[in-house]
Ligand binder design. Structure first.
Ligand SMILES: *Cc1c(COP(=O)(O)O)cnc(C)c1O
Length: 405
């Protein structure tokens, strides 16, 4: 009995999850490097530039609207597709920023964060054996969701430091077996934004192979130069695109989990059929508050992006001064740095030692790639800059010790 390999002691349902990489061979939930690094930060008092959440509150008008909603009795189940006030604000937002006209009753669905929108979309459209194409590195939830749906995950590499995909590799990855092309733009963890030629090719390939385009645009308002241009706004893309976003990153309310997707009515209905038995609904008082946020004047959005751009520059400069090579981010919460010039070839090991070496926590980029591709990103570390400037200055000062050591 004691000789039985651990995997043979797993129940069938556990084996399914283990195969999907969601459970370790011992049947316990596979600890993510995010949890490990956050625990390390807590234990050592290091500055946590690991997980991406802001350390300051977002717009007061948004926070006040949530408090008002609770006080005025918006505390019961909202409608299954989301409160009309929010669906209408989402439709207005898409028209105002991107020129996309939407019917708020049939083409907008409110979800429990972008995460539920992604989960319900993958579960709605991916049958066992269907292929899903993403860039790699990718947001970690993608691989887990695709695996749980029984899908086959095909990836196209984005390479440090310019992160541009090779178009031949992209053409080779998309075939008639491709059900979804899942595109995160702006991109986590690289901070890259999609270039025009790649965006056009994605639309062309989706059309040629009759695949759906699913976009994860949670950083849409956190671009440092130039406006975001959604795939759905491109010629020919609209009818086969499911656009996903959320209020968490835009309004510094990551704990509220108010997300949404927009698409033509048939696609929304297919996702709703799954979503209504996942959470059914969530966050009643936060829905009108995010609606308030979406209606804020343009200056509120551009000021937030400008503030983040300054902080991106501050941390990037600090990392360079410490001896890292940095890929300058163009959007989002994160910067990726190469530790090779400092003499570190193993970012996983460096991240475990970084609290002791420099009192800072980062995440190895290997957490965002498949096991067999880890060596390609072995020296890369992701740092979050969605923190106060004094915190980033202190982190930079501490990191300077690395080069000096
Ligand atoms: C944070 C993040 C999400 C999750 O968004 P929620 O609205 O919190 O569910 C999804 N995709 C990417 C790329 C993210 O960085």
């Amino acid at each position: 009995m004691t000789d039985t390999p651990a995997e043979h002691r797993l129940a069938p349902w556990q084996r399914t999850a283990e195969g999907a990489g969601l459970l370790g061979p011992d049947g316990r939930i596979a600890a993510t490097v995010f949890a490990e690094m956050s625990a390390l930060a807590q234990r050592t008092g290091a500055i946590n530039l690991g997980q991406g959440f802001p350390d300051e509150d977002g717009p007061a008008a948004v926070l006040d609207a949530a408090v008002d909603a609770i006080r005025s009795g918006t505390n019961q189940y909202p409608p299954g597709t989301g409160m009309p006030v929010l669906r209408e604000a989402i439709a207005r937002h898409q028209q105002h920023w991107y020129g996309i006209g939407l019917d708020p009753d049939r083409e907008v669905l409110v979800t429990a964060g972008a995460t539920e929108a992604l989960a319900a979309t993958v579960l709605a459209f991916v049958e066992p054996g269907d292929e899903v194409v993403t860039f790699e590195p990718y947001y970690d939830a993608y691989a887990a969701l695709i695996a749980r749906a029984g899908g086959v995950h095909r990836t196209v590499p984005l390479r440090f430091p310019d992160w541009r995909p090779n178009h031949d590799e992209l053409r080779a990855a998309v075939t008639d077996r491709t059900r979804l092309i899942l595109v995160n733009d702006p991109h986590n963890p690289t901070g890259a934004v999609l270039d025009e030629a790649t965006a056009e090719l994605l639309v062309e390939l989706a059309e040629r192979h009759d695949a759906l385009l699913v976009t994860d645009e949670v950083y849409e308002h956190l671009r440092f130069e130039g406006p975001h241009r959604p795939i759905a706004a491109r010629p020919g893309a609209r009818s086969r695109t499911i656009s996903i976003s959320s209020g968490g990153k835009t309004f510094s309310t990551t704990g509220w989990k108010i997300g949404w997707l927009t698409a033509r009515p048939e696609l929304v209905t297919a996702v709703l059929a799954v979503k209504q038995y996942l959470t059914y609904v969530n966050g009643a008082p936060f829905q009108p508050a995010i609606a308030t946020g979406l209606d804020l004047p343009d200056a509120a959005f551009t000021a937030a992006a400008a503030s983040l751009a300054r902080r991106a520059e501050l941390l990037s400069a600090g990392l360079e001064a410490a001896g890292f090579t940095v890929a300058r981010p163009r959007a989002g919460y994160f910067v990726v740095a190469d530790a090779g010039p400092l003499g570190f070839d193993d970012a996983e090991e460096l991240c475990r030692r970084l609290p002791e070496l420099a009192g800072v926590v980062g995440i190895p980029v290997s957490a965002f790639v498949r096991r067999e591709h880890r060596h390609e990103v072995a020296r890369l570390v992701r740092f979050a800059f969605c923190k106060r400037e004094d915190v980033l200055r202190e982190a930079s000062a501490r990191l300077a010790a690395l080069g000096a050591a």
